[in-house]
Design a protein around this ligand. Structure first.
Ligand code: PLP
Length: 363
């Protein structure tokens, strides 16, 4: 089958995967490495899957530069499950943590944490329409907070923390929408997590990287499915793991290592986002970015047109030109182009070309 029918896909997640990986996955689907069946049909305890699983754990550690004293866990329930699982595992009865409410996801993380622990909102961008990230001196961190929870990139609002905050307590970060798109300073974090369906593979799981000496520290008698210590002791094979996303993510991790690692993906992201922001900024205000310049995301580029009717036509005509999933999130409207790790530069070049033509025809 030819790849000529493939579109430029700017979906916010799940999203584009490298074509070479889709082809390889297809080729292995009927017979994985001579076992006479696919990996999806074999036991998760069999040697074929075990090799794939252990390689993915090792490659994640290599690519992200995870230190030995952190556990890497492959967990079901997506990033959303982590909103409650983190406080359950890290906060003992009566302990607190502080949360930055920087947008749709920071707000959900805080709301779910509140259901299982007494946590504190250290900053809110709600009054400003979540159009910017705060600076470190604006945080109101509750005394005795065990950690500060941050969302490094707000997928819906299109803002990111340009650097990781400097605070004198450990941080916990939801990196779902900029996962492994830039290097991580591990010594600043007790825990980092993300759903893999934006930057790393298909949907169906989250990766959690947590300091091993924190496992079991909440003292809570957790159900086994929610206890990090149980999965760490079993290399994330305590129960049947999400084999398909792990298998494909393993290929993406290898592909990223071979392409040059996180520094290279940070450079590519800046290049893709830079092209889009330059097109917006050079349009005499016809295209408009609603977010603070210093907080502009390199993963989810949001912008507005002069009116909603033009925005509707922009999305429709872009789709006719084979550029899809550009409609902004239903809660904020406008246009959103998501430009994750696997999105080729050519897709962004096609989009900025379309933006110039659309403006010339409609301004
Ligand atoms: C997509 C996303 C989530 C939710 O991920 P699920 O895997 O669907 O639970 C959480 N946080 C951020 C920042 C996201 O972009």
């Amino acid at each position: 089958m030819s790849t000529a029918s493939r579109v430029h896909n700017f979906c916010a997640g799940p999203c584009t995967l490298p074509v070479s990986i889709l082809e390889e996955t297809r080729d292995e689907l009927l017979d994985f490495d001579g076992i006479g069946m696919s990996l999806l049909e074999d036991s998760h305890r069999a040697p074929a899957y075990d090799a794939v699983h252990m390689a993915a754990l090792a490659d994640f550690r290599t690519l992200a530069g995870v230190p030995d004293d952190y556990a890497v866990l492959f967990l079901q329930g997506g990033a959303t499950m982590q909103f409650c699982q983190i406080p359950m595992n890290l906060l003992a009865d009566g302990e607190t943590a502080s949360y930055l409410n920087t947008g749709a996801w920071g707000k959900k993380a805080l709301a779910d944490a509140r259901k299982v622990a007494d946590v504190h909102e250290a900053w809110s961008g709600a009054d400003e329409g979540f159009a910017r990230m705060p600076s470190d001196d604006e945080f109101d961190i509750a005394e005795d907070s065990r950690y500060l929870h941050i969302t490094t990139n707000e997928t819906i609002g299109g803002i990111r923390l340009p650097g990781y905050p400097t605070v004198d307590l450990p941080m916990v970060a939801d990196m779902s929408s900029d996962f492994l798109s830039r290097p991580i300073d591990w010594d600043r974090f007790d825990l980092v997590y993300g759903g893999v369906q934006k930057n790393l593979g298909p949907s169906g799981m989250a990766v959690v990287i947590v300091r091993r000496d924190l496992l079991g520290r909440s003292g809570r008698d957790l159900p086994s499915a929610l206890d990090y210590a149980v999965q760490d002791a079993n290399d994330s094979l305590a129960n049947t793991p999400p084999m398909f996303p792990i298998w494909v993510m393993g290929k993406v991790l290898r592909w990223m290592i071979d392409a040059g690692g996180l520094g290279e993906f940070e450079r590519r992201a800046a290049e893709r986002a830079g092209l889009l922001y330059a097109t917006i900024d050079d349009s005499d205000g016809w295209y408009r970015s609603p977010v603070d310049e210093a907080s502009r995301s390199h993963m989810n580029i949001v912008f507005r047109l002069p009116d909603e009717d033009l925005e509707k036509r922009f999305v429709a005509e872009a789709a006719d030109a084979r550029m899809v999933n550009l409609k902004g999130h239903r809660s904020v409207g406008g246009i959103r182009a998501s430009t994750y790790n696997a999105l080729p530069l050519e897709s962004v070049e096609a989009l900025v070309g379309f933006m110039a033509d659309f403006r010339a025809a409609n301004a």
